[in-house]
Structure formats: structure tokens, C-alpha cells
Design a protein. Structure first.
Length: 302
């Protein structure tokens, strides 16, 4: 079974060991079973009820912002302290495990993956289907908690895969070339529904709607490999090499689109707008599909 890679603990030698680099961005339960990797369990309270042997307890909230802007980037010094307390090192392979309760849940794993990659981690995978897929495969869980020896790191943020509000405003103003892709369900895109922390409903001017569920089979909790990325980009008028900015309400669903396009589809120049609409709606920037006052009040009531 997978065991956490701890700084002071020698790894158990296994026959034909698998590493995250061998597994790729997605790993199945069968591939993860027996792999020499750090397993990062991001489920929170569910960890105590049973987890993959050796998995580290790293709740999703550690990688999220405050309640008024959940998608906000966590300061690098806080991320560094979190990684150190978990005994992580950027040169070790990491597999991220969410619950796998529904297709929305995948966004948590994708957001953590994006955060780790932007922090300098290079050997990353996600357990497709999450902890539920592991259990469904008949693989055992434990309540034993591994001992951790903290590490000492010097983390820097690589903004290659990040779009901030200033850059989004440049796109809206026509001063920067990029395709703005809204990952939310259609009701959010059309301004009929909004996140509880968003000051206004609507979407970014010029944005197109690519709902994150597009990458899942109906009823599936495991993401699917995009079948024809070129056709998908053509559908949204994305020219080769053009930046694609993925956004949603809080950078959760958008992380799924980022992962599908960048990590699975191999599309270059895909960025994630972490604060997304909750952050943008707090500014005085123009909005597309923003309803009138009465419509807005009715939408909040619904």
C-alpha cells in the first residue's frame, strides 16, 4: 500500500516501484496500490474515519482563502509552513486524494494540484475518483496516523499558471490576448445564480461558458481524458498558443477545466484565475449578464 515519504524514514524497496512521474497526472486505485509516493488526503474530517495507509491529513481548507474570498491565493509563507509541517519536499512524488463523492469534488484535488505545481512540485498525480474509487476497488483503509518529520523548505510561487485580477482586466480592455472561459454551470454564467460571497451575479465581459461537467461522463465522479482538444479549442475560437484563462466562482470548478486542458490535454498557456468571480465582482469592473436590481433580488431569493 502507499506509504508517505518521510524525510527521515528509509523507503521500503518494492518490486518494480511506481512513481507519480510514471503514473501521469491521473492514477487509478490499482496503480496507486503499492506505489512509492506521498499520498495527500485533502478530505478533512473524513480522514479520521479511514484513509489509505500512510496518507497525510491535509484538509482542502489549507489551500484556500478566507470566507469572503475563498479562491484567494494563500500567502507563500503560509503554504511553505503547511508543506513543512506535512514533511513534504518538492522533489518527492505526490498523489492527491479527494473524496470522489461527485464530479464537483474533483475540483478540490485539481486546485491542490495546481497550487503544488505553482509552488515548485513537479511530480504530481490525482487519484481519479478519489477515496471512493479506492474503496470501491476493494482496497483497505486504516485509521493509523503516520509519524511526520517536518522539512525545511524555501518555496517560491511560479505564476506561469496564474492569472490575477489586473491581468483579467487587461484582457477585458483588449490590452491582452486571451480567451476567458467560465467553468460554471450555465445558470451562473447567465447571471441567474451567484455564489454567496459574490457581490454581483454575472460573468466576465467576453467570457464563454465551458461547464466543467463537460469533462465527465454523466453520473461519473472520475474525470475523462479530453477526446479532441483541438476541436474543443476551435469551438471556443481559441487560436493556437493563445492564453486560456479558466475561472468560476472561487477557482474550484475552474481548476478542473485548467487540469483537463493543461495537464490532460497538453494545451500550453492555460492559466487559472484563483479569485474568480467572487474577487472580480467586488471591484467596479464591468459585468456580462448582470441582471437588473429586481432580477438580482429574485435570483438571491431562489
Amino acid at each position: 500500500m502507499p506509504r508517505a515519504l518521510l524525510a527521515s524514514t528509509a523507503l521500503i524497496a518494492l518490486t518494480s516501484p511506481a512513481f507519480a512521474a510514471d503514473l501521469g497526472p491521473l492514477v487509478t486505485p490499482a496503480e496507486l496500490d503499492g506505489a512509492e509516493v506521498t499520498v495527500l488526503d485533502i478530505r478533512g474530517d473524513a480522514y479520521d474515519q479511514g484513509h489509505i495507509d500512510g496518507a497525510l491529513d491535509a484538509p482542502y481548507g489549507l489551500f484556500r482563502g478566507p470566507a469572503d474570498n475563498p479562491g484567494q491565493l494563500v500567502p507563500v509563507e503560509e503554504l511553505e509552513a503547511t508543506y513543512e509541517s506535512l514533511g513534504l519536499s518538492p522533489d518527492e512524488p505526490v498523489v492527491i486524494v479527494s473524496q470522489g463523492a461527485n464530479d464537483s469534488d474533483f475540483g478540490a484535488a485539481a486546485r491542490v494540484y495546481w497550487t503544488l505545481k505553482s509552488s515548485g512540485f513537479t511530480d504530481l498525480s490525482i487519484l481519479n475518483g478519489g477515496a471512493q474509487a479506492w474503496v470501491n476497488a476493494g482496497l483497505p483503509v486504516t485509521q493509523d496516523v503516520p509519524e511526520i518529520e517536518p522539512t525545511e523548505l524555501d518555496i517560491a510561487w511560479d505564476d506561469t499558471w496564474t492569472a490575477d485580477t489586473a491581468e483579467v482586466n487587461e484582457v477585458i480592455a483588449g490590452d491582452r490576448s486571451a480567451a476567458l472561459i467560465d467553468a460554471r454551470p450555465q445558470a451562473f454564467y447567465e447571471g441567474q445564480q451567484s455564489h454567496g460571497a459574490a457581490a454581483r451575479p454575472g460573468t466576465l465581459p467576453g467570457a464563454q461558458n465551458l461547464e466543467y461537467t463537460r469533462f465527465f461522463q454523466p453520473g461519473a465522479t472520475a474525470i475523462s481524458q479530453p477526446s479532441n482538444v483541438d476541436a474543443l479549442l476551435e469551438e471556443f475560437d481559441v487560436t493556437p498558443g493563445e492564453e486560456v484563462v479558466s475561472f468560476c466562482n472561487t477557482g474550484h470548478w475552474a481548476a478542473t477545466n485548467w487540469f483537463a486542458l493543461s495537464e490532460l490535454g497538453g494545451v500550453p498557456n492555460v492559466t487559472l484565475y484563483p479569485g474568480s468571480m467572487v474577487e472580480y465582482a467586488s471591484t467596479d469592473g464591468d459585468m456580462l449578464n448582470e441582471p437588473g436590481l429586481i432580477q438580482n433580488l429574485l435570483g438571491q431569493f431562489k
